[in-house]
Design a protein around this ligand. Structure first.
Ligand code: AMP
Ligand code: ZN
Length: 453
């Protein structure tokens, strides 16, 4: 399915057609998680957004290469250069090394992303795996005259970069006029930001560099990881709205200064998930994880459905009622799909496909796309509808297959045991019983698998 895809570009402030540099091949960068605590559903709204873009582009005929960083060093408790490294704070809190912290929370992030059926990028890159590349990039910025060294570290000099503030529409001159007195008098401007931090001896994460032992600032990792995979041109860059005024301004400054050209063409930002109409965040302590949702009776997929109920550019309000609504809607959607599987009516689904694609290609209008799906499912029961749904489901990412009931799983285990004990007749008997109940058990190299027939 070929279709013109238009997404809102935060940089130009208008919807623009996606026209990748390499024709049908899209280079997409997404800001990834800071792995210092449990990822919450606000974070996962950001990764469902990434998933939504990836699946939509693929559906519309594009090839795609995605890159996402994992921040395991350098993200201070403020997004600017203040506070302590979040990884170090977590390591003190949990009496583990920052490396153990990073591994633990990265694994949880990956596990939960899988539970949400998120289509993850092809490359997932921890910041600590590109320290050498970061040092080279920072040296490059010094050589090109965009960065300077102080007793505390290496800083980017924003006065040298004329477009600073363009993304978030800030007027840096006005901001400078009203700036508070800077505590660090070695910095040439209060808005100069750190690229490399010289670490005190006792700092737990540090590496050798031309500027002494230290660690990278937070922003540099995204410029460097983007550069490593895509060089001087990235088609789409995604992230949460909170990244726009600091992290992404700094990323643009670093990358564009380094290459002397605009590196990222299309910036896309996701608005925040609110909780009971208020702000949610790890630092506020009012966050829910996927495990918390499961305890309240909401499977991860219900949160996926909930994501589709609002446009990404609007704040979305998380409430128990809204989640109940999503849960019921998802259940009836699945029931209808299963009914269509056995349907015999003839339905022309082309008009639905046209409307569905129009919705997703119009800046990811998922509420409209979902409405089209629901309208189609109200048709007379038809295998055509079932087939069309499965096509749309490449974008929606729901699991339609029924869970295998416990009873069947138990029978399959019994059969396996009988087989191991060489009671083949008994094993076959159980296999037939399973068949009668509508399931098929097959032996695999690791054991067995059960499928609905
Ligand atoms: P962090 O792990 O804190 O670096 O955040 C990971 C991603 O989650 C970033 O893209 C943030 O913008 C995003 N994020 C954090 N809180 C929320 C929220 N409440 N709603 C939506 N996105 C969020
Ligand atoms: Zn980033």
């Amino acid at each position: 399915m070929e279709k013109i895809v238009k997404f809102y570009n935060s940089l130009t402030r208008q919807k623009e057609e996606i026209l990748p540099e390499n024709k049908e091949f899209i280079k997409m960068y997404s800001c990834g998680p800071t792995v210092y605590s449990y990822p919450h559903i606000g974070n996962f709204r950001a990764y469902l957004f990434m998933d939504n873009i990836r699946r939509t582009l693929k559906y519309c005929g594009y090839k795609l290469e995605g890159v996402m960083n994992i921040t395991d060093v350098g993200h201070l408790t403020s997004d600017a250069d203040e506070g302590e490294d979040k990884m170090v704070v977590a390591s003190q809190r949990e009496h583990k090394s920052p490396w153990e912290i990073a591994k633990f929370y990265t694994d949880i992030f990956m596990r939960d992303a899988k539970r949400l059926n998120i289509d993850l990028p092809e490359h997932i890159v921890p910041a600590t795996s590109v320290i050498k590349e970061m040092i080279n990039f920072v040296q490059g910025l010094i050589d090109k005259g965009f960065a300077y060294v102080t007793s505390k570290g290496v800083y980017f000099e924003i006065a040298k970069f004329k477009n600073y503030g363009r993304l978030s529409g800030m007027n840096i001159e006005e901001k400078l006029a009203g700036a508070r007195i800077e505590v660090d008098d070695e910095k040439r401007s209060p808005y100069d930001f750190v690229l490399w931090v010289k670490a005190p001896k006792e700092h737990i994460m540090q590496w050798d560099s031309p500027w002494g032992k230290g660690y990278p600032g937070w922003h540099i990792e995204c410029s460097v990881i983007g550069d490593k995979y895509f060089g001087d041109s990235i088609d789409i860059h995604t992230g949460g709205i909170d990244h726009k005024p600091v992290h992404h301004e700094n990323e643009i400054a670093q990358s564009d200064a380094y290459y002397g050209k605009q590196v990222v063409k299309h910036w896309m930002h996701l608005e925040f998930l609110q909780i009971d109409s208020g702000k949610m965040g790890k630092s506020l302590g009012n966050t829910y994880t996927l495990d918390d949702l499961e305890k309240q009776g909401f499977a991860p997929e219900v949160f996926r459905y909930f994501y589709f109920m609002a446009h990404y550019s609007k704040q979305q309000n998380f409430t128990k009622d809204a989640m109940e609504g999503a849960k019921n809607s998802l259940k009836s959607l699945k029931n209808l799909v299963r009914e269509h599987e056995k349907g015999v009516a003839k339905v022309d689904t082309a008009k639905y496909e046209k409307e569905f694609v129009e919705a997703i290609a119009d800046d990811l209008n998922m509420p409209n796309a979902l409405a089209v799906v629901i309208k189609m499912l109200k048709e007379e029961r038809s295998k055509d509808v079932y087939n069309a749904f499965n096509k749309f489901n490449q974008v929606l990412g729901f699991k339609i297959e029924e869970e295998i009931p416990d009873e069947i799983k138990e029978l399959a285990k019994e059969r396996w045991q009988e087989k191991k004990n060489k009671n083949f007749a008994k094993a076959d008997e159980i296999r037939n019983l399973i068949l009668e109940k509508g399931y098929e058990v097959k032996d695999t190299r690791e054991g067995f698998e059960i499928n609905k027939i």
